[in-house]
Design a protein around this ligand. Structure first.
Ligand SMILES: CC(C)(COP(=O)(O)OP(=O)(O)OC[C@H]1O[C@@H](n2cnc3c(N)ncnc32)[C@H](O)[C@@H]1OP(=O)(O)O)[C@@H](O)C(=O)NCCC(=O)NCCS
Length: 325
């Protein structure tokens, strides 16, 4: 049994925030942002649009592509760190929105690696024979946890959602492997200090900007490049493959410089590496499924293509996966 992708979908909010717009908000400029990150613009959710709204639209598009009804879905697992509420799981709200009444649903909190963590859980579930169909979603409203006065972070992130529908099938097409890692020793290099149970909500905390994302960009950069390279190599080795076998490298879209460094270390050529960070910035758990849907809807996947995915994020968490399309 193998978990095969039978549908993809994505949703990006309409509102575009360009680097030039950001120049009016914080002390930055288009040239700096492009040179250091490769990002030109990002999408921002409307005031009345939440993570569950975006995730629902992405999931509906994946179901439509596959011609599968919501009632047929057995499991919904969603990578997100910007859920509608601290709890319950936003995947449950998506389940209700879809009318997927036969599915159990939960969120995975693994920051930018959330989609790959969710993919691994769904693949294990389907290959164990417990269910037939699973929706794997990555959805984030990063704009809601970004400090819009902090130029070190606010230029990097964006909002969006992506989804894939997996089906348990016989054969050799589908998720071939997942390798996942965590290291909580680094949790405070990239995190949201408040308001969880350690630092509960307070007026003083708001003034100290505790409910907003904090990051030590330089440190994260170095560890991300090392980890993404190592875990991608591990995926290739585990499958008896080399870089030349990879049709598509679809990495987490954090920053063009990280992607270039990893691509080079893996000895991949530019044509193998899919990049859309210029258009959407870092949408955390959403970047990989959004990229998969873009490539798929452009008709650029062929049966048998080997897709290497890798992600790194807060936790720290990181991982890789290979899919035979
Ligand atoms: C954030 C990041 C782009 C910063 O680039 P960098 O080359 O490391 O830059 P530095 O942090 O060394 O800062 C260099 C200078 O630019 C300034 N700067 C930071 N943000 C700026 C901005 N938006 N516009 C203009 N200048 C900025 C800094 O204040 C610093 O100025 P100083 O030297 O006067 O103190 C980079 O560290 C990075 O991409 N890190 C990884 C982030 C990431 O992808 N995280 C998510 C992983 S899932």
């Amino acid at each position: 049994m193998i978990a095969r992708v039978i549908g993809t979908g994505s949703y990006l909010p309409e509102k575009v925030l360009s680097n030039f717009d950001l120049e009016k908000m914080v002390e930055t400029n288009n040239e700096w942002i492009i040179a250091r990150t490769g990002i030109e613009e990002r999408r921002i959710a409307a005031d009345n649009e939440s993570t569950s709204d975006m995730a629902t639209k992405a999931a509906q598009r994946a179901l439509e592509m596959a011609g599968v009804s919501a009632e047929e879905v057995d499991m919904i697992v969603m990578g997100t760190i910007t859920g509608d509420h601290p709890w319950p799981a936003t995947a449950c709200i998506v389940q209700a929105n879809l009318g997927a009444k036969n599915a159990y649903a939960y969120d995975v909190s693994a920051a930018c690696s959330g989609f790959l963590y969710a993919l691994s859980a769904a693949s294990d579930y389907l290959t164990s024979g417990r269910g037939k169909k699973a929706l794997v979603i990555g959805a984030e409203a990063m704009s809601r946890i970004v400090d819009w006065t902090d130029r070190n972070t606010c230029v990097l992130f964006g909002d969006g959602a992506g989804a894939i529908l997996l089906e348990a099938q016989e054969g050799e097409f589908g998720v071939l492997s997942c390798h996942l890692y965590s290291d909580g020793n680094y949790f405070d290099l990239l995190y949201q200090p408040g308001f969880g149970t350690k630092v509960p909500a307070s007026i003083a905390g708001i003034e100290e900007k505790l409910p907003y994302l904090k990051m030590q960009g330089n440190e994260v950069f170095k560890i991300a490049v090392r980890s993404l390279t190592a875990v991608s190599k591990e995926a290739l080795k585990a499958n008896g493959m080399t870089s030349e076998d990879v049709t598509w490298f679809v990495p987490h879209q954090a920053n063009l410089r990280i992607l270039e460094a990893v691509t080079k270390r893996l000895k991949l050529v530019d044509e193998q590496c899919f990049i859309n960070v210029n258009k959407y910035g870092n949408t955390s758990g959403a970047t990989i499924p959004v990229a998969l849907d873009e490539i798929n809807r452009q008709g650029r996947f062929n049966e048998g293509d080997l897709i290497l995915m890798a992600a790194f994020g807060g936790g720290f968490t990181w991982g890789s996966s290979i899919i035979r399309w």
